[in-house]
Ligand binder design. Structure first.
Ligand SMILES: NC(=O)c1ccc[n+]([C@@H]2O[C@H](COP(=O)([O-])OP(=O)(O)OC[C@H]3O[C@@H](n4cnc5c(N)ncnc54)[C@H](O)[C@@H]3O)[C@@H](O)[C@H]2O)c1
Length: 278
């Protein structure tokens, strides 16, 4: 937002988190200058548009949009939204960046839940073009239209998703990762070859097994269990994932997942699992 001309207030109760956020954003802008993607003047102007505060009540009354990105905890998010509603004008949009909680439930504490919407950004946000706009039960058309135009104004592509487990992206990614593990378990192909198939055949930047190692199979398993309980049998977690999590083979963060990683975090060549009995 700051690099597209909008003054932004970053709010966090933890001062160290604010310092880190400002430093990180500054680093991204400086990187953009080095890469020739933006001028030094534009980077400086973007930095000057960022201010910080410790409470939503520090927001100017005419602020048009609040994007809540606090911890993934329903009560915390609801408290922040309620605070925002009391501070902001009636026509301000109140968005949440939640990736798993219900927008409907988060917004249920508002007097006007019609102006609440999910804005699900993707990491790294300055590079990834997509924003999933998530419609809660009460989200109205005007809120959708205004939020879409916000996405346009920061050069993001927005899609509309009715609130549902895993939205579009997490649901598809969970399915791909699970199916890749079923193939590995059945000995259909080696890990390296399954990943190469999706990279070279579908132009995916990463294969589903290397991506699972990056995300962590513990996280993957938690998501799959949730999708299995809400969307049914097709999301039953592959037994190989359950076995790997039981063994503590979560992926990169434990040095071993489908692949092995050395002390510097580099993947050990040829270390991918070969199939069920190997
Ligand atoms: N889109 C994505 O790809 C993606 C990925 C991960 C997380 N998320 C979402 O982003 C949000 C944040 O995730 P995270 O991993 O950074 O969480 P986190 O818990 O690591 O950080 C949350 C921050 O919120 C602050 N905070 C907590 N309570 C607050 C309050 N009442 N007022 C102001 N600040 C408060 C904390 O100090 C902390 O700095 C979550 O909603 C999560 O679902 C999205």
């Amino acid at each position: 937002f700051a690099s597209n001309g909008f003054p932004c207030l970053l709010v966090d109760t933890n001062e160290a988190a604010l310092d880190k956020a400002v430093a990180t954003i500054g680093g991204i802008l400086d990187g953009g200058v080095k890469l020739g993607k933006m001028s030094a003047e534009d980077a400086a102007a973007a930095k000057a548009r960022l201010t910080t505060g410790s409470a939503v009540s520090a927001a100017p009354k005419d602020a048009a949009l609040l994007i809540e990105t606090v911890s993934e905890n329903l009560a915390v998010k609801q408290a922040v939204l309620k605070e925002a509603e009391a501070v902001l004008n009636e026509d301000a949009i109140i968005a949440t960046n939640t990736s798993a909680l219900s927008v409907t439930e988060i917004a249920s504490v508002l007097d006007k839940p019609n102006r609440a919407i999910g804005m699900h950004f993707f990491n790294p946000v300055h590079k990834m073009k997509l924003v999933e706009l998530v419609l809660g039960l009460a989200t109205d058309e005007e809120t959708v239209a205004i939020t879409r135009s916000w996405c346009d104004s920061i050069k993001k592509t927005s899609i509309l998703v009715n609130e549902s487990p895993g939205l579009t992206t997490s649901r598809m990614s969970a399915m791909l990762g699970n199916e890749a593990m079923w193939m590995l378990q059945e000995g259909t192909a080696s890990a390296e070859d399954i990943d190469t198939a999706l990279r070279m055949g579908f132009n995916h930047p990463m294969g589903p097994l290397e991506l699972g190692d990056l995300t962590g199979w513990d996280t993957r398993l938690a998501v799959l269990k949730y999708l299995h309980s809400t969307l049914g049998e097709k999301f039953r977690p592959c037994p190989l994932i359950i076995k790997m999590v039981a063994a503590g083979r979560y992926g990169r963060k434990t040095g071993h997942g489908v692949y092995e990683y050395d002390a510097e975090g580099k993947r050990v060549p040829g270390s991918g699992m070969k199939g069920s009995l190997l």
